[in-house]
Design a binder for this molecule. Structure first.
Ligand SMILES: CC(C)(COP(=O)(O)OP(=O)(O)OC[C@H]1O[C@@H](n2cnc3c(N)ncnc32)[C@H](O)[C@@H]1OP(=O)(O)O)[C@@H](O)C(=O)NCCC(=O)NCCS
Length: 154
């Protein structure tokens, strides 16, 4: 039995990895596909926590690669459920690259991902309501709601 609602802070996720040589592209930086996998995992953890059960990726909406992430850096992805519909959860993943020797941390990417909770038959299933408890969370909720209103492609 799932609760009626969960606070936004309940499901926040964080995933950190050391960028290893086997994760590199031909230019010697982090391969984009590796980063996409981390983004999907960070979003999945947040979605599973909010739904309290299995979820699937429905949409990975626009990921921008603004700067390369070198081998040896620490990459952190944070996932926040910013908005929920009936069965869908709209998650923002922020990506940070950290230079180990100096501790300098740069925000390198933002991605928007939609997960859907599913039941035992793989059908979409209702998720708890989302409660934004702070002004910052309220702003995130409103931005995500506006983003969703942008629409689903035919
Ligand atoms: C995602 C999936 C469960 C949706 O099933 P469906 O029968 O199309 O379900 P619905 O049309 O009722 O959509 C369910 C929810 O997802 C949202 N959704 C589905 N596709 C969407 C899209 N392209 N853009 C935005 N929202 C979408 C709907 O708006 C709806 O949200 P709501 O319930 O909060 O209003 C189904 O398409 C599926 O299983 N896809 C494969 C998932 C997968 O294998 N992912 C990769 C590995 S995890």
């Amino acid at each position: 039995m799932q609760p009626e609602s969960r606070p936004m802070s309940y499901s926040r996720s964080e995933l950190t990895k050391l960028v290893m040589p086997h994760m590199q592209n031909v230019l010697g930086n982090l391969f984009g596909g590796e980063l996409m996998s981390m983004v999907d995992q960070a979003a999945a953890v947040a979605a599973i926590r909010h739904a309290g059960g299995p979820v699937v990726t429905a949409v990975i909406d626009r990921v921008e690669f603004r700067e390369p992430i070198p081998i040896g850096a620490l990459v952190t992805c944070t996932g926040t459920v910013d908005f929920v519909g009936n069965t869908s959860m709209h998650i923002t993943v922020e990506v940070y690259s950290e230079k180990v020797s100096t501790g300098e941390r740069r925000h390198t990417n933002t991605a928007h991902v939609i997960f859907v909770a599913i039941d035992a038959d793989g059908k979409p299933m209702r998720v708890p309501r989302l409660v934004a408890e702070t002004p910052e969370e309220q702003a995130r909720y409103e931005a995500a709601e506006k983003h969703r209103a942008g629409g689903r492609r035919p």
